[in-house]
Design a protein around this ligand. Structure first.
Ligand SMILES: [Zn+2]
Length: 305
């Protein structure tokens, strides 16, 4: 049964676009500076506009490839799949929506959990996929992130979660909201074991994801100009009956107001994470490794005269 129905058809657009003479897909128009960018150049700069640094949205697998050394990682729990516990239907049955999304994305749900090396450090990374039902957190996403944290706990490795989500998955109702508590509890355990958790917030990170693990990092790092918030600006304006300030709910605004720690360009993200992890574990950076001194039996540490 559908909750809402459109009684009238939406107005059809009357404009017919001229066929382009440029081959499809070679050039991309940047929404930030309206300039044309060669697609290969864009891919080489991790989908950041080389002219205005506009950050294009990228998928979870692409993010993992950018962070892990040589782009190599091992995926974990790829088989977990939602069982549609409420047999929910909105504009179409949830089960059908799931099947279609699985077919179009090649993923079983909206997160990929992977282990590997980031700048030679062993880490566990969970990256969310926005194209999978808006990166929404249902039972499977909550379970996979929890397992990622538990795996890091058992292996004594740091966890990095890259959020990109519209919030909790309402097709799974209260069960999706329970994931907020579950993931947060796993993070508390990780914290007691004194293991670092770095949260990366990308455009967009909203709803139940912001309200739970995305804001619980030992370090909360956002990409530039990412939309980060709990409720949307219109809902807030209607509730508090005030006009919201310019740039509200964007990364830079949130850093200025103490909600986040850093805004980092995607191209510097890997180096920043590695530096932070080494700082947290007080490990020397590879460049600054002490020169090995041979202290054989009887050898003197006195400088030679
Ligand atoms: Zn641009």
């Amino acid at each position: 049964m559908a909750w809402f129905k459109k009684t009238r058809k939406p107005i059809a657009s009357s404009t017919t676009e001229k066929p382009s003479r440029v081959p499809e897909g070679l050039w991309i128009k940047c929404p930030g500076c309206a300039q044309l960018i060669y697609k290969k150049d864009l891919e080489e700069s991790l989908n950041v506009c080389p002219k205005c640094t506009h950050h294009f949205r990228i998928g979870a697998a692409e993010r993992l490839r950018a962070l892990f050394d040589k782009g190599e990682y091992v995926e974990h729990f790829p088989g977990l799949i939602s069982v549609d516990p409420l047999q929910f239907t909105d504009t179409k049955p949830y089960r059908e929506r799931l099947q279609k999304t699985i077919a179009s994305t090649g993923l079983k749900d909206a997160v990929i959990v992977a282990t590997g090396r980031l700048d030679t450090l062993d880490v566990v990374i969970a990256a969310m996929e926005y194209t999978f039902i808006g990166g929404s957190m249902g039972v499977v996403v909550g379970e996979k992130i929890t397992r990622a944290i538990e795996m890091a706990h058992d292996r004594r490795q740091p966890v990095i979660v890259i959020s990109c989500s519209g919030g909790a998955r309402m097709m799974e109702g209260a069960l999706s909201l329970m994931q907020m508590a579950k993931v947060s509890a796993a993070l508390a355990r990780l914290d007691r074991a004194r293991l670092p958790f770095i949260s990366i917030l990308t455009d967009p990170t909203t709803g139940g994801v912001t309200a739970s693990f995305a804001m619980l990092g030992d370090l909360n790092i956002a990409e530039p100009k990412a939309l980060i918030g709990f409720a949307g600006p219109r809902v807030i304006e209607q509730t508090i009956r005030q006009t919201l300030p310019e740039g509200f709910q964007r990364s830079e605004f949130l850093v200025d107001h103490g909600m986040l720690d850093l805004v980092v360009d995607r191209r510097d993200m890997k180096a920043t994470i590695a530096r932070a992890l080494r700082f947290m574990r007080t490990e020397p950076a590879p460049m600054a490794e002490p020169v090995p001194v041979a202290v054989a039996a009887g050898a003197s540490l006195e400088p030679p005269r």
